[in-house]
Design a protein around this ligand. Sequence first.
Ligand code: HMG
Ligand code: MG
Length: 298
Amino acid sequence: TIPAKAILKEVGPRDGLQNEQALVSTEKKVAWIEKLTDAGLNYIEVSSFVSPKWIPALADADDVFRYLKRKDGVTYAALVPNAKGLERALRADVDEIGVFVSASDTHNRRNVNKSTEETLTVLNDVAREAKSAGKTVRGYVSTVFGCPYEGRVSIGQVEKTAHALLDMGIDELSLGDTIGVANPLQVKQVIRQLKTTIPTGRLALHFHNTRGLACANIMAGLEQNIQVFDGANGGLGGCPYAKGATGNVATEDVQYMMESIGVDTGVSLKGLVKAAEYIEPHVGTKLPSYQLQLQQEE
Ligand code: HMG
Ligand code: MG
């Protein structure tokens, strides 16, 4: 059996834009986010409070939050790598703080210039402060299904990293297939193992569609009773510190699959396609979303 409902978390404005060459203006980001919530999405990862030298495309995170007209019932989240990022995020009154660490040490060093152990120490303080400011915290484990530098990542390593985050009081863990190498059997094996010590209600899945298996992997997640899935409108994105990583699975392609198999998402396919149509010319590349392309052929 699979769950009757699932939650789609939109990471396009963050994970999508962070890897695009084009600099999208603050105004257009804000307009796009409005279209995403009009489609019924109630969770938007808006931006990252990271170093603007590392991720120039998201240097305007503070302004995006300033100009955003927030809707009731929508969670506007952002990534934070360190104390400075948290300070900026709290000033912007972000609803939920996202922290991130890789299961593999080499990717973590390329991504944040620290070992995983050092990062966990930093994040421990970030999580504690975020919690005492009344925020919920989402923790990403990256390279769960494979690392661009180290190759295979053991389930034990993933489990250890996941528990290090949970021990900090993190509310939800998103398991990242950073470079899109996961397969459905592996997803089943990883979730089955994690389920022995972590309630499925605290787990989310985050797939990049580099090899076209994201929807198959999501199906494997549903079969393990996972109910929260990340996606990026249009299939935008990648990871600048993971060579060859392409976009997140397109939110509208996930929505289409879910509705086809009777899983309620509460999100409108039409609305998502509209939002993707809006952002595509501003990023200046053809977006890989199937639902967007079908619409354009009509
Ligand atoms: P560093 O160079 O080691 O840091 O970078 P530093 O502490 O030495 O600071 C260097 C400069 O950055 C200083 O400025 C700091 O003030 C500034 P300077 O004195 O040179 O003028 N700085 C900041 N400015 C604004 N906001 C901040 C901040 N922190 C420092 N928060 C650092 C370390 C972590 C900052 C850097 O490596 C960084 O920003 N990395 C972010 C990388 C990133 O965003 N990667 C993508 C997100 S993770 C991902 O995509 C995976 C995920 O999608 C899941 C999946 O797919 O698996 C989540
Ligand atoms: Mg990602």
